[in-house]
Design a protein around this ligand. Structure first.
Ligand code: BJW
Ligand code: ZN
Length: 257
């Protein structure tokens, strides 16, 4: 963690404590998370030097065309990721979010992650905006299935069609109900937005911090490096989220340490 971060965390905490004093239990903190929050659990991010897109081509694996052209290849990739995720555990950043939620300060988690680690860390009120890797569904009949085992070959629906991974691919629209709920939260129920471990490059989620800011939310970013969000965030805390988020939460509730 950078030395100057100590001061940034202190300043951010002082602002949050002020808001807490004014609004008390009405204060609503929302977390917007990306793959960087799971990096500390050993799950790779998408972009960057050791990101998934360095070794795998998104167009071959994460688009509807890719699945039409080669469902076997797409399922092999998702099965590999399912197995990888199943061998990992939530890290202190996921737990810090659960702690804030148990204090009834954090009301919703909007996550781009499909890995279920927020749930496994004991969090609730999770909007999985890019879907869930442990779900599969049928594009022909709409049947939805929870995966109990890792598919080694493309799994079939009872209607005879292939099931597809329950994630949102490039070029696909996000679930209308999920996105409406996210907009409602960001525009009516967000005093503080914690933006954790996302590059802020993938739309429409990349607009979420800006939407919150335009609706007067305090935006606090947690990332290893600068992102397009940094320029308008109120505070950017640089470092590993698995280190900085627990510090932030301990700063709010010191006696719980
Ligand atoms: C740490 C850390 C630590 C690391 N602590 N921090 C121009 C051309 C083509 C398309 C578009 C275009 N402009 C817009 C679009 C649309 C497209 C898009 O945004 N493309 C951009 C890339 C340009 N968006 C879509 O297609 C979306 N749908 C849509 O817009 O519908 C309308 C539409 C319809 C038809 C045509 C066009 C539009 C859907 C997007 C779906 C994204 N899907 C994926 C895969 C999900 C499934 C799966 O998991 O396989 O979602 S892509 C991938 O990116 C994944 C992620 O959720 C998403 C965001 O990534 P994230 O989480 O931010 O990760 P990284 O790796 O980018 O960043 C990690 C960050 O963590 C970094 O900043 C690190 O520094 C940091 N970090 N370690 C703290 N320890
Ligand atoms: Zn079916």
């Amino acid at each position: 963690m950078f030395e100057e971060n100590g001061k940034t965390i202190e300043n951010a905490l002082s602002k949050v404590k002020n808001l807490l004093e004014t609004k008390k239990s009405d204060l609503s903190i929302i977390a917007l998370t990306g793959s960087g929050i799971s990096k500390g659990s050993g799950i790779p991010t998408f972009r960057g030097a050791d990101g998934l897109w360095k070794n795998y081509n998104a167009l071959d694996l994460a688009t509807p065309q890719a699945f039409r052209n080669n469902p076997k290849l797409v399922w092999e990739w998702y099965s590999w990721r399912i197995d990888l995720i199943l061998g990992k555990e939530p890290n202190p950043a996921h737990i810090a979010i659960t702690t804030l939620q148990r204090k009834e300060l954090l009301k919703w988690i909007i996550t781009q992650n499909v890995d279920n680690l927020h749930q496994r860390a004991g969090s609730t009120n999770i909007l999985k905006i890019h879907g869930d890797i442990f779900h599969a569904w049928c594009q022909k009949c709409g049947e939805s299935v929870e995966l109990k085992t890792t598919p080694k070959t493309p799994p079939f629906c009872s209607c005879g069609n292939f099931l597809r991974p329950g994630v949102i691919w490039f070029g696909e629209s996000l679930d209308r109900n999920v996105i409406s709920k996210a907009y409602e939260i960001l525009t009516t129920n967000c005093d503080i937005l914690l933006v954790i471990g996302t590059s802020g490059l993938v739309y429409p989620v990349a607009d979420f911090p800006f939407i919150a800011k335009s609706n007067d939310a305090l935006v606090i970013e947690f990332n290893l490096e600068r992102t397009p969000i940094t320029q308008f965030a109120d505070f950017s805390i640089f470092g590993k989220a698995e280190e900085t988020l627990p510090l932030f939460v301990e700063g709010l509730f010191p006696s719980d340490k």
